[in-house]
Design a protein around this ligand. Sequence first.
Ligand code: IMP
Length: 454
Amino acid sequence: MGRPPRRNLRMGQRDMPITILIGAQWGDEGKGRVVDWLAASADIVARYAGGDNAGHTVALDGQVYKLHLIPSGILHSDVVSIMGNGMVVNPVNLVREIDVLRKLGLRISPERLVISSRAHIITPAHIALDEAKEMALGAAKIGTTLRGIGPAYLDKTGRAGIRTGDMLLDVEEFAERLVASMEATNEDLRSQGLQTLDARAAAQSYLDAADILRPYIRDVSIYLYEALKAGKRVLCEGAQGTLLDIDHGSYPFVTSSSPTAGGALTGLGVGPLFVERVLGVAKAFSTRVGGGPMPTELDGDIAERLRGSGANFWDEFGTTTGRPRRCGWLDVVMLRYAVGVNGLSELMLTKMDILSGLDELKLATAYMIDGERFEYPPVTNEQLERAIPIYESMPGWSEDISNCREFGDLPKAARHYIERVAQLCDAPIEMVSVGPERDQIVMKTTRPRVAAPR
Ligand code: IMP
């Protein structure tokens, strides 16, 4: 794939120091472990969208870290983690997450964690409204994580939200804003005949959280601009995935933010000319949690096999909700789309080891919908529900690949699978993961790097 010519941004040798990492499917691609791995060569890891609907799991020396709001960079002591303005933050849950990580031995201070003053706050009323909306939809529900994500973004775009920067206000003023916001949501709940919240009582835990979080809050865009000018390397950590994007996903079965590459720019307030790489992470098969069409979904033995029993943390059960994920063959039509809408410079496949032992593997290379062939997903969910995948069959492999570290170590059938996916998506694949631990990564050529080398 041709690379665009480099621009001289007058930043010494480290021009274009941003790498954006995004999920190329419906979330749960294993981004957390990839971010953790790449963070070793970054100065800053910045999350730009979503909230604690995300669940990034990283295994490190036998310890499993579950991150919902804090970027996976926090596992590296010399990396600054940033929570961007594109996020929606539940301050009470954030304080809880900080406490859990501290108990596991991580050092978390305002020098290591920076929270944007322009992110929006999720209140208990948003959570109640999320539940109420899902209940009202009945069988047509989105299957949200019930974390209040949609209602919080609704208040943001409706210009009625409360921002993290409001925690820097006088306590009384912040309390008044919180109560007023919750009372406004109470109106919605009341109109649906649902139980309302005691806004004043609910506000107290937020005031306590604000006391703790205040020193972490600052203007993230300016912080990043100064850091980029000083030659720091920034890894933008996507949450959810391309097909859950509010604009580019299978609307309305999407989240309410922009997990795609464009979201990193608005969700952090950085300019596009700083970006060097856009890396897409995809699982070697497909999973989806929640409602909405999934053309390659399987049931029966193979689905069970891909999902796992739930005994291991890497089995296909939601990190945030515990729900079993829907599983199916790799959908290359969706991946091809993700390559396009994110302008991916490369793809990485995770969980290749899970495919070991399957005699036959299938790739959905196109769909047939009402007699017409589609290389990219159709716009409407109605069409997508009728999509019949056209499968290409390939031989599987029986070897345990979890100890492979170079492409040459992989069985021929595994290499063929990877090469075929790359060819069908028109994106290079130079890294795959073969297990949950930090070092279980197979590289094709050189060691990975985050943007410009040191
Ligand atoms: P919400 O983000 O909680 O509003 O949920 C909207 C849709 O996005 C639902 O189908 C969720 O299952 C899905 N979703 C949200 N966050 C994640 C995630 O981190 N991984 C996978 N699916 C997610």
